[in-house]
Design a binder for this molecule. Structure first.
Ligand SMILES: *Cc1c(COP(=O)(O)O)cnc(C)c1O
Length: 398
């Protein structure tokens, strides 16, 4: 008989009673170092006092009023994001997929309002992940996610990631814009080169297109800058973000420059829950930490230490982990064994990690992770590598 909870996930048989910082405690008492962070989402770890207090206090006052009224918590969060980024204006929603939907709708509407309604197509990259709504599985373009769901939503073209020539060749008179992840997450922690991101801006300018970055996973401090595209010195027209922005509380955002944002006039787009007082209280509490002086520098430092340790791990155990790639606290180990085996071995070593595409083991700890906790995780990954040696499986089979 079917489980009452719909069977659309492959869940590990493990549940948690509570967390504390980078640690999660299972219902059976086992403690895990959480380098998955709920898929790069629990940016402040678990039980962060500032975040939990902000949520509790806001919940007790008022959680939801709808967007029929002003929401001061949302106004404040938007002002702070605008002050800290390329953007002039922010739209709040509840998830990454919704943030991308808003971005694509805003691109199409901008072109239509600018007198070019024939420009509605968006060029995306192979290996991308943009979410699970009907339009976003088309933007993602992965045949596995599209299968069985009828015709793909029109208007998305796909080109190889990190290849500027292919992208430029795909531009047509119907192209409205470009949407790529500065660091692909689900696709296997693949960073775009700075030259590629700069080339996207140049191509967008040359052909009058809009440039969008999906920073749902790599944004909000994950790479050591508020947004990953800042490393390349590129200014986009719009950015979607979600995962880390609420520190685990559902919140998404689409940030845009005025050219794009001005077209989302009253009645053109909306959401009931988006930008409610509770979610925005969480978002403000996360920004209190992430924008505090020195915090992102610390992410850069811990990220560099992690990267160095992972590179050493690859040198020691190349038969298990063949390469490392990523940026800041978004790192991926390319596995020479099935990444599912590595993920299972992590559990035995008391470490939580997330499998990603391209046979990668994704390591995305809370941004508050300390150097000592990085070293602890590296020691556990050494244990993972020893467990995953091809001969270790052969021995176990005897
Ligand atoms: C997770 C993710 C999404 C989808 O976010 P949801 O909140 O699951 O809708 C979109 N883009 C990227 C890059 C992501 O990592």
């Amino acid at each position: 008989m079917i489980s009452s909870l719909m069977p659309n996930y492959n869940r590990i048989d493990l549940s948690f009673s509570h967390g504390d910082g980078v640690w999660l405690v299972a219902d059976d008492g086992r403690r895990f170092l959480d380098f998955g962070a709920g898929i790069a989402t629990s940016s402040l770890g678990h039980g962060h006092p500032g975040l939990t207090r902000a949520i509790a206090e806001q919940a007790a006052r008022v959680m939801h009023v709808s967007n029929l009224y002003r929401v001061p918590q949302a106004e404040r969060l938007a002002e702070r994001l605008v002050a800290a980024s390329f953007a002039d204006s922010v739209f709040f929603c509840n998830s990454g997929a919704e943030a991308n939907e808003a971005l694509v709708k805003a691109f199409r509407k901008t072109m239509a309002d600018e007198g070019k309604p024939e420009r509605y197509r968006v060029i995306c990259a192979e290996g991308a992940f943009h979410g699970r709504t009907l339009a976003m599985i088309s933007a993602t373009g992965n045949a596995r996610y599209l299968a069985g769901f009828g015709p793909a939503v029109e208007g998305f073209d796909h080109v190889p990631f990190n290849n500027l020539n292919e992208l430029r060749a795909a531009i047509t008179p119907e192209t409205a814009g470009i949407l790529v992840e500065p660091v692909q997450g689900e696709g296997g922690v693949r960073p775009a080169s700075a030259a590629y991101l700069r080339g996207l801006r140049a191509a967008a300018d040359e052909f009058g297109l809009l440039l969008g970055f999906d920073e749902v996973q790599c944004g909000m401090g994950r790479t050591g800058r508020l947004f990953a595209h800042e490393w390349a010195g590129v200014v986009p027209d719009a950015v979607s973000t979600a995962k880390g922005i609420g520190g685990g509380f559902p919140l998404g955002a689409m940030l845009a420059r005025e050219r794009v944002a001005q077209h989302l006039v009253p009645g053109s787009h909306g959401t009931t829950f988006g930008g409610n007082p509770l979610a925005c209280a969480a978002g403000n509490a996360v920004l209190d930490v992430v924008l505090a002086p020195g915090f992102l520098d610390e992410v850069v430092r811990t990220g560099a230490r992690f990267r160095q340790g992972l590179e050493a791990l690859v040198l020691r155990h190349g038969d298990v982990f063949s390469a490392v790639r990523g940026q800041g606290l978004m790192q991926g180990l390319v596995c020479a064994v099935p990444n599912g085996d590595a993920q299972s071995a992590c559990l035995v070593e008391g470490l939580l990690a997330v499998a990603a595409g391209d046979n990668v083991l994704r390591l995305v700890p809370p941004l508050i992770v300390t150097e000592a906790e990085i070293d602890d995780a590296l020691a556990r990954l050494d244990g993972v590598a020893r467990r995953c040696k091809p001969y270790a499986f052969a021995d176990a089979a005897k």
